[in-house]
Design a protein around this ligand. Structure first.
Ligand SMILES: Nc1nc2c(c(=O)[nH]1)N[C@@H](CN(C=O)c1ccc(C(=O)N[C@@H](CCC(=O)O)C(=O)O)cc1)CN2
Length: 287
């Protein structure tokens, strides 16, 4: 049986000696480093790092909890924002969708085929459209209709489902409802949306119509963390495709579906491999 890999990611105020201290501790624990990436944001004065390591000797802690306990004094010393996970522990995810199937299908197909290291614990929707696709993949489907009158209750039901299934992330896979400020704030850093434009261009529900009206030559998609400010959250991944004067809004939407699906799946893959760290209104992505 191959030794498990562990992933340590952290950010902190930058100073001399962070890498030496962290890797010195791993050496003391006989940790064997397999991959290491770091970045210093000089403007913000913050340091970011991701280290993948495994057992390299008998001094290595017996499990993830013991590893976390061993690293905790250093995390306290530098006031880390950090996570330390076993690479086999796939993040538990609730997926939200409205009527478009393409992004949901991309996530569930990649997961079922073993290409996306996630644990989709439930799909929620304000329409019945995606029930059969979801249940075909063996994932529970929850129909949660929403109106302006019941939005608070519906969002509370989503939160209860996340807590009840110990879900780490809510992924909006073309969920066409604006989350309330309270809900999106509660899920800060844990809710990811796919927007069907190359942000910051063309925010809102109908970006392809806006793009056609503007006569753009590139269309795209953007996966980002959700904040109360619509389509303003920290960007995780983007992709673009060329179009020309013949492209109608419907044509743009048609080729856009593939871009959206691939962009969201790629972003969720990065997140699942603990490669994404929030950096204020931006992200650091160790690819
Ligand atoms: N708090 C946030 N909620 C959501 C965000 C976000 O960034 N912050 N992103 C959206 C997704 N989205 C674009 O990517 C989007 C979805 C819906 C709308 C919109 O205007 N919806 C209308 C209803 C439309 C309908 O019923 O079909 C509305 O809510 O009144 C704009 C952008 C997901 N939520």
């Amino acid at each position: 049986m191959t030794a498990p890999n562990f992933i340590l990611t952290f950010s902190c105020q930058d100073q001399v000696g962070i890498v030496a201290t962290v890797t010195g501790k791993l050496a003391e624990l006989e940790g064997f480093i397999l991959d290491s990436q770091q970045y210093a944001d000089l403007d913000q004065g913050r340091f970011f790092m991701r280290i993948v390591f495994q057992k390299g000797g008998d001094a290595f802690p017996e499990d993830t909890a013991a590893l976390r306990a061993a690293m905790a004094p250093i995390a306290k010393q530098f006031d880390f924002r950090w996570s330390l996970t076993d690479s086999e522990d796939k993040p538990r995810i609730v997926i939200a969708v409205s009527q478009g199937t393409h992004c949901l299908n991309a996530l569930l197909h990649r997961w079922k085929s073993g290409f996306l290291p996630i644990e989709p614990v439930a799909v929620i929707s304000n329409h019945e459209t995606c029930r059969s696709l979801t249940e075909w993949h063996g994932v529970p489907f929850h129909y949660l209709p929403v109106t302006n009158e019941n939005r608070a209750e519906q969002e509370a039901a989503i939160l209860d489902l996340m807590e009840g299934s110990n879900a780490e992330y809510l992924v909006l896979a073309r969920y066409m409802q604006i989350l309330s400020d309270d809900f999106s704030t509660k899920l800060s850093g844990r809710c990811i949306n796919i927007h069907h434009s190359f942000l910051p261009g063309f925010k809102g529900a109908k970006p392809y119509h806006q793009a056609h009206e503007r006569g753009v030559k590139l269309i795209g998609a953007t996966a980002h963390f959700v904040t109360p400010d619509l389509d303003e959250g920290p960007i995780i991944e983007q992709q673009v495709e060329r179009v020309d004067h013949r492209a109608t809004a419907d044509f743009m939407a048609r080729i856009g579906r593939d871009i959206e699906a691939q962009t969201l799946a790629r972003a969720i893959h990065w997140v699942a491999e603990r490669r994404v760290i929030l950096n204020g209104k931006r992200t650091v992505v160790f690819r």
